[in-house]
Design a protein around this ligand. Structure first.
Ligand SMILES: [Zn+2]
Ligand SMILES: [Zn+2]
Length: 346
């Protein structure tokens, strides 16, 4: 089978590999779609913390956002059979430690992250996944199944941000996660959702997907718009998806006293903020890592159309065209959202 391999940072290769065999507790999946994410670019360039600080080692096959059909199962597998459409979680915990046993396997000291560190991902024709971290995507398309992972990150951010009925929510940044967070916040009962971006097309999409107000941060004043939109109340929750430290500064400003900031961005710089704002307003800061224990709920939100993922997919490439796909992901731009690789079109 063909598989993308990262053997040295900066250089992905498409290689021929022997087809993998499922262990007793694993399913073997024919991958139909795999998304490219900002984390993959960090990984590609060797900037991911698991490698810079955590001692993780190459080679690895990337791909943590995927959908596909089961083609074989290990002998101990009971929940899946060949033909099932499935997707699977990224962070795989030991299921024995305190974190795993309290529903936070993203924080497990021995966590591996599929396609990021410790375990090969799905940018290959055939992918292996542990049954326990595999979920049925019945009723979805394979492309929708591949978007369950980023959607689950948005759902986890709403949980961590304690979004609830009647809330005012701001979503900063309208990449795929931001656009999914706008919809997740509505599904959680948010009354007003404001979204920000530098890109007009992305803001138009945010409006279509449920944002009641959009702010083009390059030419509009967010604080004034926030005041106006919330009738001076401020936001109960700000979900920061842009990864920009300046956006975080703005998040502190537009959050109402007692509000929560959910941080989803891949921040690389240090924090330089008026920390007294956090004290004075009793803000809660909620870091959001991955998406533990929200997968079946997220899949249901997709099934019922409460989170629409198709509008977030902007490009599709055969696996053999991975170089073009990654170049486009690096370049970004107003019309670039989720890029899918299609491994069966090698
Ligand atoms: Zn991702
Ligand atoms: Zn654990």
């Amino acid at each position: 089978m063909k598989a993308l391999r990262l053997r040295q940072f900066g250089r992905l290769l498409l290689e021929d590999m022997p087809p993998p065999e499922p262990a007793p507790d694993e399913v073997l999946v024919k991958v139909l779609a795999a998304g490219i994410c900002g984390t993959d670019l960090k990984l590609l360039h060797g900037h991911h913390g698991a490698y810079t600080e955590g001692g993780a080692e190459l080679p690895i096959t990337p791909g943590h956002e995927w959908g596909g059909v089961v083609v074989a199962v290990g002998e101990a597998v009971t929940r899946f059979a060949p033909g099932d459409l499935v997707t699977g979680e990224t962070g795989l915990g030991c299921l024995r430690c305190e974190y795993c046993l309290t529903g936070r396997h993203n924080l497990c000291p021995s966590v591996v992250e599929t396609g990021i560190f410790g375990r090969d991902g799905a940018m290959r024709e055939l992918h292996l996944h542990p049954e326990v971290f595999t979920h049925s995507a019945a009723g979805l398309t394979a492309e929708q199944a591949a978007l369950v992972e980023p959607a689950s990150v948005a759902v986890h951010a709403c949980r961590r941000g304690r979004v609830s009925l009647g809330d005012n929510v701001a979503v900063l940044g309208c990449g795929p996660i931001g656009l999914l967070a706008v919809q997740a916040a509505r599904a959680f009962g948010a009354r007003r959702v404001l979204a920000t971006s530098r890109s007009r097309p992305k803001l138009d999409l945010a409006s279509e997907l449920g944002a009641g107000s959009v702010v083009k941060v390059t030419d509009e004043d967010l604080s004034a718009a926030a005041q106006d939109f919330t009738s001076g109340e401020g936001f109960d929750t700000v979900i920061e998806c842009s990864g920009s430290p300046q956006a975080l500064e703005q998040a502190l400003e537009i959050a109402r006293p007692g509000g929560t900031l959910a941080l989803v961005g891949g921040y690389e710089g240090p924090l330089q903020h008026r920390l007294i704002d956090i004290v004075g307003k009793e803000l809660d800061l909620a870091g959001c890592r991955g998406s533990p224990h929200v997968w079946p709920e997220t899949i249901d939100l997709l099934r019922h159309g409460q989170i629409k993922v198709e509008p977030v997919i902007s490009h599709r490439f055969a696996l053999r065209d991975y170089e073009k796909a990654f170049e486009l992901a690096e370049r970004g731009g107003p019309d670039v959202l989720k890029i899918l690789l299609l491994p069966q079109e090698v």
